[in-house]
Ligand binder design. Sequence first.
Ligand code: GCV
Length: 600
Amino acid sequence: MVVFSAMTTMAEDGSRLWLRYEKVQKACVTGVECIAAQELRNYYDGERANLVIDTTMAQDAYHIEGTTISAKDEIGLLYGAYALMRGEEGYSAPQWQLRILNHWDNLDGSIERGYAGQSIFWEKGDHTERIKEYARANASIGINATVLNNVNASPKMLSAAYIKQVKKIAAILRPYGIKVFLSVNFASPMALGGLKTADPLDAQVAAWWNAKAKEIYKQIPDFGGFLVKANSEGQPGPGDYHRTHAEGANMLADAVKPYGGIIMWRSFVYGANHKGEDRVKQAVSEFVNDDGKFRDNVILQSKNGPLDFQPREPYAPIFDNMKRTPQMAELQITQEYLGQSRHLVYLAPMWQEFFRFVKPNRLKGIAGVANIGLDKNWCGHHFSQANWYAFGRLAWNPDLTSEEIAKEWLTQTFHLPTTKRDAVLSMMLRSREACVDYMMPLGLHHIFKFDHHYGPEPDGFKAEYPIEWCPVYYHQADSLGVGFNRSHTGTNATAQYAEPYRSLYDDVKTCPEEYLLWFHHVPWTYRLKNGHTLWENIQEHYHHGVSEVEDFLRIWQEVKTDFDEQRWQETQERLLHQLENAREWQKVCLDYFRSFAEKS
Ligand code: GCV
């Protein structure tokens, strides 16, 4: 166990995350001399600790017996040291070897969908100390890889000047076991290399990528590889040359293969080739013919749901359809559609919901779109730190419960008597469902305001936008009912699911109510399980969502005296805003849907 610093002795601005150890310099640490030893020497409150290398152990695993930690190498020992300080015992090994953050950070220092300040990697100035703390925080929860730039990638990322910077960052992260990856722009050979094409079957193009890989690995021998968003939302890709995703990915895979690199190829592709097709079906249509055609160092990376990080989505059926392709899941830690850094929404329950449908052993790795910036408290909202923490812990062990993770985080981040901790815990555990209720209950989706995705706009329609960006496309409200008919009488998106979900979702009578309007257009007067009509149920959910936030504010008052002033006050301000925003959702959505429902 560790001693956490008393709240009055230091500024409580959240900058120390969950690593709020006090320097006790008490333990006599023997065995291997490494960062783990330094951390224990500084912060471990026990009398002694011993670090032992055991090369027979699995990569990254550790074993804690008494105060002896064994692991295959220094990184395993480091994971073990943090685990010992959290009070863990026994053997632990990660579910996945690839536990990676994706930063949507631009080279000008801004962050796409970032709500916590500028980029720690690319904003001007020297952020070495910050990056080191970032590495330490990641190591403490087992994250072992990171993509340093936005998937909407600038070709400049691969210029010699930037590779030099990547080398510096990699040197800071390496001692903490974090491997560096980059997002690449598929047209880089043209934009940067002056070639006339980026056609993956062109020999000069392949040669350009081979040379680029060689240049990178010369500087960064343990470089991880590339993440690619191709032919999606305006990004270039192999489709520009009538080539397949497999042809594009394989060309890059061949370039990094000699060095042990991998390609993470995103399946988030919609639009251009699929005019008129239900958007949630498009990834499967786009990729299914490529199944089995990728090199063995390509992993297909897909968002948890088939649309786009909504507060609730059914799982993405691409996980059922690509049977011969290694796959990984992309989760979003930054709360683009869940109140950004202004709402308290603890995301672990949402991710666990996904793992109920897509079993972890079907995946090769797990990626999380980071919520980290240069803000003092890293994530904008003090409680958004819990989402970074939870992502790491679930990437290590997806069997941990949301409650266990939240308790761990609360214990390390604040000092609360058990009853008060449990009150805050209950708020965290209820927060995601509350958000679904006050934003989009019963399977409603994507009724956000345009572009920034904050706040409600159910009547949103712009003729100049692709229809897939328009809220009215997603709820399909009319005088008869509301919801998107994706059953066999509609777009038949249900057919993309494996059984038993295909049949379950297809029939309005068996479809789980939380997905009802995702899969069905349902009459306003239809009776749900509780005997109330659909319209009554919609109203009840919005009311419930708002009353949950009112209750969070009540709890927050109750725990006031147990918190340091700054973090309490900053959270209070955000909760007050959350309530205002939840009420706006309730009013705007109910007024809008009423105009259909009460006419019927
Ligand atoms: C990085 C959504 C987001 C975009 C994001 C995109 C993606 O459309 O709104 O900001 O772009 O997803 O995941 O590529």
